[in-house]
Write a protein that binds this ligand. Sequence first.
Ligand SMILES: Nc1ncnc2c1ncn2[C@@H]1O[C@H](COP(=O)(O)OP(=O)(O)O)[C@@H](O)[C@H]1O
Ligand SMILES: [Mg+2]
Length: 377
Amino acid sequence: MTNPFKYGDVVTGENFCNREQEKKNLKQAIKSGQNTLLFSERRMGKTSLIKQVMEEISSGSVSSVYIDLWPTDDRVTFARALGQGVANHLTAPLEKTLRTLKAWFQSFRVVSSVTQEGEVSFSFDFQGNPEQLKLAEILEIPQKLADKTGQPVVVIFDEIQEISGYDTDYVEKKLRSVIQHHNEVTYIFLGSRRHIIHEMFMDRSSPFYHSSQKLPLSTIETKAWIPFIRQRFSSGGREISEEMIETICEMTDGHPKYTQHFCEALWGQTEQDTQISENDINIARDKVLMEDSYAYTVIVENLTNNQRRLLVGLAVEGKNVSIWSKEFMNKYRLSGQSSVQKAINSLQKKDLVDKDQDGYIILDRFFKLWLAREYAV
Ligand SMILES: Nc1ncnc2c1ncn2[C@@H]1O[C@H](COP(=O)(O)OP(=O)(O)O)[C@@H](O)[C@H]1O
Ligand SMILES: [Mg+2]
C-alpha cells in the first residue's frame, strides 16, 4: 500500500482533513458574493482549502477561475497567469476556446498546443514594451465569462502578496478599481507573508482595505487530526494510539504540512501489522530533522549571536514565553530589550519568525525542533 500521507502538493478529497467551519465560511462568502481574503502562514492549507471548496460546490451553479500569481513579477506575467486561469476553465472544443481567448486577449498572441497524450495547453505571447499593455480590458474578462455562461464567477488569486513586489503599483491599482464593480464576480484572495498582507489589506489606507472580508486560517486542532491520522494508519494495518497522535501534534503544532510530513515519515519506517511505539516516533523525528539539517546549519551560520540566542530561546521555550522578560534575557544571554527588539525584527524580515496573538512562532516547525535539539541548554 502506498503511503497515505501527502505533503507538498495540494490535497483534497480523502487526503483533506476537517476545516468544516472554514469551508462553511467560504461557501457563504461565495454564495453572497462577498470578496474575501484568506490568509495564513505558508503551507497552512489555503490552496487545498479553496480547491476543496470549489470541488464541493462546482456542481453546476458557479464557475471558478483559479490564478496562481506565484510565478508572476509584472503586468505581463500577471495577465498571462490570468489567461491560463481562464483557459483552464473553458471547456468548449479547442477551436472555439481558442477563438474566445484570441478575442479576449487581443494584446497577446494566443497559441494552442496538444501533447502526444492529447492534453491541450495555451500560451500567451506578448511582444513589445510591457508598459504598453493595458490591463483594463483584461480585467473585464471574468465579468465577460459570467455574461457568457450566465453563471456567477469566482476568481481566485492565489499568492496575492506577489503583486506588491512588482516594480510599479499599476496592477494593484487596476485590480482594486475593477473588483468593486463586478457584480457577478466574487474575488477570493489567498495570501501568506503576514507583513505584506497587512500592508495590502489591513490598514485603513491600504489598497484593498475596503474590498474584502478577512478570514485567517490557522492550524488544525488535535481533536480533528486524531480520527484522520488514526484511520490512515489503520487502513494500512498500523495501530496508533491517541496519545501518540497527541505527541505528534504537539511537535508539529498541528500545522498541516508538518503534521502530514511527520506522519509520512512515520508510516515509511514502520511495518504492516504493528503498533506504533514511542521509539518509532523518535526515529521518524530524527529522520525529518535530518532531511533539512544542512539548510538549517546554513541559516544559523548567517545569524548574529543575538539572533541565534533569541531563536534558540523561542525554540526551547515555545511561543508562550515572554521574550521581553528579565528571566528570558538572562537565560539566553541577551543584553537588553533593544537588542531583543533588533533581533526579533531581523528574524521576522528573514521570514524565520512570525507573530500571532499568542506570541512569536518559528515558522518552520521542524527547524524549531532541530534548534531545540541542537542547542539544548
Ligand atoms: N485540510 C488539510 N488536511 C490535511 N492536510 C492538509 C490540509 N491542508 C493542507 N494540508 C497539508 O499542507 C500542505 C500544504 O497545503 P497548501 O494547501 O499547499 O498550503 P498553502 O496554500 O497555505 O501554502 C499540503 O501538501 C498537505 O500536506
Ligand atoms: Mg498555496
